[in-house]
Design a protein around this ligand. Structure first.
Ligand SMILES: [Zn+2]
Ligand SMILES: [Zn+2]
Length: 415
């Protein structure tokens, strides 16, 4: 099992933003590093009380070789990966103590991508899995993902659902043997020195819909705070009594205008905002109102629909991002209700055109280049791309999303 994981890691590390060091170092001196990893993780686990001992063992096993990732200050790094999973959320976090956390698992069709991504980072276990709320764009891939890893703890919204997707997730959790806790305001997920994760919502079970039962997680490392909001809308935002001041805000409900109220944004006052949504989605996410609000507040915006995986590295004092902020606008929420496929295509074209420059300068890798004029989708390396006019270029990792938008595969590069 471990060899299989490492082989996968070697093969895939170059394709993701995970620590390549993990895969490379394992090639040479795997056995001795395994010992290091085991002892290091064991010492961490002795001061952490929230996980079952069994999980600690498994965790040490799976992430044996990358415990030595340090920054210039000698501090360990935390990596937060906002995965490009179409119209949904999935955030994978490499904690500085070598443990892992996954918040949501998008739709079922993205389960393989999420699993492969985490494997490629060198992990075969997930210490903490948060399912923010029972909608399929957050838990659709959960059953498959949970079934693919050794899972220590699962944190669930108090809201339940009757869908097959939801019951499948419960079955997978049951079979995994993971410890289940309800993520309600005040619930500590873990706390170890300057590293902690706490649920700050939902505060009440009196919510109007599932979105407003989203488990909101405040992750703190040193001086830096990341706030993950699931699909929480204004109604849930208003109920939060905990301090929401943060450095990074995972914007609620894919950038919908029903979330990120002015009061909440003012209280959170983040430096960075990340919006997870699918290109050309039928909801018109993110909405113009939200984008305008964020821009007006001078917040750096990152978008998975236009920029692919967004990876933030934090040493407890500073945060670095793998991309330049997005300059693109959003779609009007007023129009989105009557929006046809055609209308959302127009929205997307406008958006991708605006972001073409950062795409060339930053290290975010795009798998596909769109010709918004001919409506063809090309592999990034296709010879046609160099002949394409800049203003017609769009970038994406979401092949299915582009096809759904009416793009046709290039006959030359056959993506
Ligand atoms: Zn959602
Ligand atoms: Zn939802």
């Amino acid at each position: 099992m471990r060899e299989k994981i490492m082989a996968l890691a070697l093969a895939l590390a170059m394709m993701t933003g995970c620590s390549v060091k993990t895969a490379v170092s394992s090639d040479k001196d795997y056995s001795s590093e395994t010992e290091n990893g085991t002892s290091s993780s064991a010492s961490v686990s002795s001061v952490t009380e929230s996980s079952a001992p069994e999980t600690e063992m498994n965790s040490s096993d799976s992430k044996a070789e990358s415990n030595d990732v340090t920054n210039d200050n000698g501090g360990k790094e935390m990596k937060v990966h906002f995965l490009d999973v179409g119209q949904g959320d999935s955030i994978f976090i490499e904690l500085p103590d070598d443990k892992t956390m996954l918040i949501d698992a998008s739709e079922k069709e993205y389960a393989d991508r999420i699993t492969t991504y985490i494997y490629s980072c060198g992990y075969s276990s997930l210490d903490y899995v948060v399912a923010t709320h029972p909608h399929s764009d957050h838990i659709g891939g959960m059953a498959d993902v949970i079934g693919s890893f050794i899972v220590g703890n699962v944190i669930l919204s108090p809201a339940t659902h009757t869908t097959k997707t939801y019951t499948n997730m419960l079955t997978a959790i049951d079979q995994s043997g993971a410890k289940v806790t309800l993520g309600i305001a005040g619930k500590e997920i873990f706390s170890d020195g300057d590293l902690s994760a706490v649920a700050i919502a939902p505060v009440t079970e009196d919510y109007s819909d599932l979105n407003n039962s989203s488990v909101m997680v405040m992750l703190t490392y040193g001086d830096k705070k990341f706030l993950f909001t699931g699909d929480a809308e204004e109604e849930e935002e208003r109920t939060v009594t905990a301090d929401v001041k943060c450095d990074v805000l995972k914007v609620g409900h894919h950038g919908s205008s029903t979330s990120t109220s002015s009061a909440f944004l003012a209280a959170a006052s983040p430096e960075y905002a990340v919006i997870s949504c699918g290109m050309g989605n039928s909801y018109g996410h993110p909405h113009t109102e939200t984008i305008d609000k964020l821009k007006k507040a001078g917040i750096n915006i990152y978008r998975t629909d236009l920029q692919g995986d967004i990876i933030m590295t934090c040493d407890g004092e500073k945060i670095t991002v793998n991309a330049e902020p997005s300059a693109a606008g959003g779609a009007s929420s007023g129009e989105s209700k009557s929006e046809t496929t055609k209308a959302s295509t127009t929205t997307k074209v406008t958006a991708t055109t605006v972001t073409e420059k950062p795409a060339e300068e930053n290290p975010v890798s795009y798998s596909y280049v769109l010709n918004t004029n001919t409506m063809k989708i090309h592999r990034a390396g296709c010879s046609s791309v160099s002949q394409m006019s800049e203003e017609n270029k769009g970038y994406t990792n979401d092949y299915d999303g582009a096809i759904a938008q009416g793009y046709e595969p290039c006959k030359r590069c056959k993506p």
